[in-house]
Design a protein around this ligand. Sequence first.
Ligand code: ADP
Ligand code: MG
Length: 278
Amino acid sequence: MGQDARDTAAGTGTLKSADAPDTPLLQVEGLRVEFGSGKDRVQAVRDVGFRIARNSTLALVGESGSGKTTVGRAIIRLLKPAAGRIIFDGTDLTAFTGLGESGFRPFRKRIQMIFQDPYSSLDPRLSIRGSLKEALQLGFPSRKAEWEDILAEKMRLVGLAPDYLSRYPHEFSGGQRQRIGIARALCVEPEFLICDEPVSSLDVSIQAQILNLLMDLQERLGLAYLFISHDLRVVKHIAREVAVMQRGEIVEMKETEELYRAPAHAYTRTLLEAIPGR
Ligand SMILES: Nc1ncnc2c1ncn2[C@@H]1O[C@H](COP(=O)(O)OP(=O)(O)O)[C@@H](O)[C@H]1O
Ligand SMILES: [Mg+2]
């Protein structure tokens, strides 16, 4: 859509965000993250930029150590960038100084992150109900009377029986734990999920189930994802667009189909060649 067409559509008041891929939910510009200081300083992320529209997925792919997790942590403000802007729904999040700052608080709910190993982020001493209630305390502190209904609904959304709420993390398989991790992220009803290697520790058959669940949730809830993986195979169906990261930089970014068909960068070709039976 050209600039003129967009102005016309906006003028009629019929422009919905879903129809406007040019208005990103998340826009990252010139992101730089450094660790250490003095001569030990490392630039883990350099001049990284991308856009993610509502209800869509960008995959961030690269070998271990390329800076993918660091990008995710900077977006949810677990790390402070040395430079760059992180614009979420029109607000530059880098303008806030800390996670506790009142201006940032509404955004904490809107952006959630899920991890490779949800077991390490679930407290083994708490039942699943206990862990998810911690999330509800952040999401809906004033709706305590509804919490039990909300928890049952989130469990069903991820394909688990609400009965499982009374069980403990060690009683679940890897795939079930990842479903619980997703349910916990959904407890605050976010719009954007950073999925950091969410299937990397799972068997291939279970990987497919979790990927299908994420795609189904995207469709039902209108979620946007930054989907991080070291494995290009995993992102083929889930992401419309892929950014390839190497040593802290994005070296190639294009539509997934196009990337598979005509990889332009040598590093992308190396990643593709690593896929068996391709
Ligand atoms: N907290 C940290 N302190 C120092 N260096 C770090 C820290 N976190 C990550 N790094 C370094 O930053 C680089 C990128 O790491 P990371 O983002 O975890 O990569 P990826 O997720 O792609 O495997 C690596 O060289 C890593 O060693
Ligand atoms: Mg990582």
